[in-house]
Design a protein around this ligand. Structure first.
Ligand SMILES: Cc1cc2nc3c(=O)[nH]c(=O)nc-3n(C[C@H](O)[C@H](O)[C@H](O)COP(=O)(O)O)c2cc1C
Length: 363
């Protein structure tokens, strides 16, 4: 397993091996999050990406409040203490918060259920992001830079811009019906992402910046945000010109969560390395490092992807939740001891959906 454990750089940052913990929203319990981060960092991966770090101030835990900043600072300190690097996944939600607030009374009175509200919100993403005033859009994209600076102060080593959420819905023809400079041509639809990247680059010029590229598949259709496979050829060079240092490639959001986090029984994405075909498309248009994600669990398969330079890094979410010691076990040749993720989604995705935090059937 030599290739997996060869160091490699993203921008000016050297990662000790090719294993990255994929962005994973956990729960609201700070101590549980820090305990989990400590466990995963101790297992020997090179970097942890902290999922969904908001770019605007929030009511709960954002970089802008003392309490939120302290949580991120502690996460970085904990991860660093295990010799692991840490990246912040900056995101802006494309959920219309005002609409949620207006509908909470209806949910409380039983007029609608939480599932009804979720569906209503999904149905109005296009309308919402297409009607945000330009001044507000500019405030959001410039907040990517403000948040990146706070990330640097908190101790993060790298920034990942979440290419789903608002970057993704602005990029997508299925959601974006704007008639201004943010809508229409692919160049205009990419403007939100590009302005966000430039804002981060300006604020923290010495930090590497990665883009989580969300690819929408057609025939059969999966995902609604992001860009189609055909748009990769134009979109990737635009992001590279804006200053991106690496790509993390996955299926786009907003179909079903079980498409982006596919169980092993999934009709089209049940196999090992299920989204690597999208990484192959991205490779045609960039020489930058690419991180593959999706259904990666098997050491022999992963070694082959790295040694053949199909991807430079692999990101694992559920496998490192199932067994955070995966990197150490592989390095020491104890692969038979690995608790292999069976991608059942019962307590990882299921844990989040039932507000119990991220767990695993092996816990
Ligand atoms: C509980 C859970 C939370 C997740 N949270 C995020 C997130 O905050 N941001 C993100 O981009 N992806 C998130 N993902 C998706 C993962 O990063 C990853 O793309 C997906 O799980 C497929 O990789 P895997 O097969 O290694 O699990 C999450 C996945 C799970 C299971």
């Amino acid at each position: 397993m030599n290739s997996i454990f060869t160091p490699y750089k993203i921008g000016n940052l050297e990662l000790k091996n090719r294993i990255i913990f994929a962005p994973t929203s956990m729960d609201n319990d700070v101590e549980r999050i820090i305990e989990k981060m400590d466990e995963i960092a101790s297992g020997g991966c090179a970097m942890i990406i902290v999922g969904d770090v908001p770019v605007l101030p929030q009511r709960h835990m954002s970089l802008y409040s003392d309490e939120g900043f302290e949580m991120y600072r502690r996460i970085c300190e904990t991860i660093h203490s295990r010799g692991c690097l840490v990246s912040a996944q900056l995101h802006q939600s494309d959920t219309d918060m005002k609409f949620i607030m207006e509908n909470i009374p209806k949910m409380k009175s039983g007029e609608i259920t939480a599932d009804d509200l979720r569906k209503m919100l999904n149905d109005r993403i296009g309308e919402y992001i297409s009607s945000i005033p330009v001044e507000e859009v500019k405030n959001i994209t410039s907040s990517f830079g403000k948040a990146a600076l706070l990330c640097k102060k908190a101790g993060f080593d790298m920034i990942q811009i979440h290419g789903d959420r608002m970057c993704g819905s602005f990029s997508s023809t299925l959601f974006n019906t704007r008639k201004d400079e943010y809508g229409g041509s692919l160049e205009n639809r990419a403007k939100f992402a590009i302005d966000s990247i430039k804002s981060v680059k300006k604020a923290v010029p010495d930090m590497p910046v990665e883009y989580k590229l969300s690819v929408r598949q057609e025939n059969p259709d999966y995902g609604k945000a992001g860009i189609t496979v055909d748009e990769i050829s134009e979109f990737v060079p635009m992001l590279e010109d804006a200053g991106i240092d690496s790509f993390h490639v996955a299926l786009a959001n907003h179909s079903s969560l079980t498409d982006t986090i596919p169980p092993s029984t999934h009709k089209d994405f049940g196999m090992e390395g299920c989204f690597l075909k999208f990484a192959d498309e991205v490779r045609k248009y960039t020489e930058l490092p690419i991180c593959g994600v999706g259904g990666l669990t098997d050491p022999v398969f992963i070694e082959k992807q790295i040694s053949s330079e199909r991807v430079q890094f692999v990101s694992m979410c559920r496998q490192l939740i199932a067994d955070s010691m995966w990197p150490q076990k592989v390095k020491n040749g104890n692969t038979e001891d690995i608790k292999k993720c069976i991608r059942c989604n019962k307590k990882c995705l299921g844990g989040i959906q039932h507000h119990k935090g991220v767990g695993c059937i092996f816990d």
